[in-house]
Design a protein around this ligand. Structure first.
Ligand SMILES: [Zn+2]
Length: 150
């Protein structure tokens, strides 16, 4: 499988951890959007599109963001027993543990390949400067972190 197109959408405010969104086309036939370029402690890495996990309150059923201590609806203490999931290499933000990837590579080789393609395209785009047209049209399409219910 090959990445046949990478479109990079730089984010304003380059001091923030989220540097850009990317849209990837695989084999000219499959598109994945909301791929993110993130500045981690060990440099840039690519995060696959993800959804924020939610957990139902055992008392009232209100869906709270994972690992909340108290229910936002009824203020009941929420169970905290669950161990933290394994983190992928490079995903070193605490936020990642509350998110589930929607689409992701399953081999280290392909993860490397995606990462290189996206980061190369990101560096190119940065050198070229933000494309105002691309940024503004894309922004309306982004649905960031859609919630998923467990
Ligand atoms: Zn509750």
């Amino acid at each position: 499988m090959e990445i046949t197109e990478v479109r990079i959408f730089l984010k304003e405010g380059q001091d923030k951890k989220l540097k850009a969104y990317a849209t990837l086309t695989f084999d000219r036939s499959f598109v994945v959007r909301n791929v993110k370029v993130i500045e981690g402690n060990k440099g840039l890495f690519v995060a696959m599109p993800s959804r924020r996990l939610k957990e139902a309150c055992p008392k009232c059923g209100f869906k709270n963001v994972m690992r909340s201590k108290y229910c936002n609806q009824c203020a009941a203490a929420l169970p905290q027993g669950e161990p933290r999931p394994m983190r992928m290499p490079g995903d070193d933000t605490a936020r990642q543990s509350e998110h589930k990837d929607i689409a992701h590579p399953i081999t280290a080789e392909f993860r490397e390949y995606i990462q290189k393609k996206v980061l190369d395209a990101y560096e190119d785009e940065k050198r070229r400067g933000p494309s105002q047209v691309g940024v503004s049209t894309f922004r309306t399409e982004i649905e960031e972190d859609n919630d998923i219910e467990l």
